[in-house]
Design a protein. Structure first.
Length: 257
C-alpha cells in the first residue's frame, strides 16, 4: 500500500495533467442542504465519487483571489460581461494532507468565461513560488508546456495591478460520470466561508460565513451537453438556476459593494 501522503501527491499530479486546460458548461444552484442531499441520493444510480477525494468524493478547496484596485473582475461578473477572466491560487486538500507549507503544491489558475462556456488554464507550483509570482511578480522556473499560462498570468498581474482581495474555502463532494457520461461532473459545496484580511491559504482563523450554514451550492458541469436523465432529475427536485459566484459574494460581504 502506498503511504497516504504519496497517494495525495499522485492525485495532485493526475489532477494537474487532466485539467490543465479545458472548456465546459457550468450550471449553478443555491439550495437548502436537505434538498441537496435528496438530489444527491438520486444521483448515485448514475454517477460515482470523484477519485481525487476520499471514498465519497469529498475534499476541501481553498482559493486566494486576486483583483485590481477598481475590482474589475468583480464588476465584469456583476455586469454580465460576456468575456471575462479572474485569477486565483487554489489548493485541494485531502483527508491525509499535510499542513500548508511553502513547498505544498497549489495551482495558479485563470478562470475565463466566454458566453456560456467556462475555460480554465492553470500551472502547478509550490505555494511559496505561487505567492512570489502573484504578489511579487517573480517568474518561477517552469516547463515549456506551462510557458503560455505563466506569461498570461504575468501579463494579467501587471496590466490590472492585481493584489490579493479574498480567500474562499469550502468542502466539496464531487460525483462524476461513468463511461456513459464522460466529462459530466456534479459538485456539492458546503461549509462555505471567506476571509478578507490576513489573506493566505494557510489562515484558519477569522473565517466568516459566505452563505447560511444550512445551504449548499450545487454545480452541474458538462463538456458538451447535460444528459436528459439529469435534466429530468433537476426538474423533479425543483432546482432553479441562479447567478451565484463565491468570489463575488465574498467581495460583497467583505467590502460592502
Amino acid at each position: 500500500m502506498l503511504p497516504d501522503l504519496l497517494l495525495g501527491e499522485l492525485r495532485m499530479y493526475s489532477l494537474s495533467h487532466t485539467i490543465r486546460k479545458f472548456n465546459r458548461f457550468e450550471l449553478k444552484y443555491l439550495v437548502p442542504i436537505q434538498a441537496a442531499e435528496e438530489f444527491k441520493q438520486a444521483l448515485w444510480a448514475y454517477l460515482v465519487p470523484d477519485d481525487h477525494g476520499n471514498s465519497s468524493g469529498r475534499y476541501r478547496i481553498s482559493s486566494l483571489y486576486y483583483d485590481g484596485p477598481d475590482f474589475r473582475f468583480y464588476w465584469e461578473k456583476v455586469d454580465g460581461i460576456k468575456f471575462r477572466r479572474k485569477l486565483r491560487i487554489r489548493r485541494y486538500a485531502y483527508e491525509s494532507a499535510e499542513p500548508l507549507a511553502a513547498d505544498t503544491p497549489v495551482f495558479v489558475e485563470i478562470k475565463q468565461r466566454l458566453n456560456r462556456i467556462t475555460q480554465k488554464r492553470r500551472v502547478r507550483l509550490p505555494y511559496g513560488e505561487a505567492l512570489r509570482l502573484c504578489n511579487e511578480r517573480q517568474i518561477p522556473e517552469h516547463t515549456r508546456r506551462d510557458a503560455a499560462v505563466v506569461d498570461e498570468i504575468t501579463s494579467m498581474l501587471w496590466q490590472y495591478d492585481l493584489r490579493p482581495v479574498s480567500v474562499v474555502s469550502y468542502v466539496r463532494q464531487a460525483l462524476v460520470g461513468t463511461e456513459y457520461d464522460i466529462g459530466l461532473r456534479v459538485t456539492f459545496d458546503t461549509d462555505l466561508s471567506y476571509l478578507a484580511d490576513h489573506l493566505g491559504l494557510d489562515e484558519r482563523t477569522g473565517n466568516l460565513l459566505l452563505f447560511p450554514p444550512d445551504w449548499a451550492v450545487v454545480e452541474i458541469k458538462a463538456n458538451e451537453r447535460v444528459p436528459y436523465w439529469l435534466t429530468e432529475l433537476v426538474a423533479v427536485h425543483n432546482l432553479h438556476l441562479v447567478r451565484v459566484s463565491k468570489y463575488c459574494r465574498s467581495i460583497e460581504l467583505a467590502y460592502d459593494l
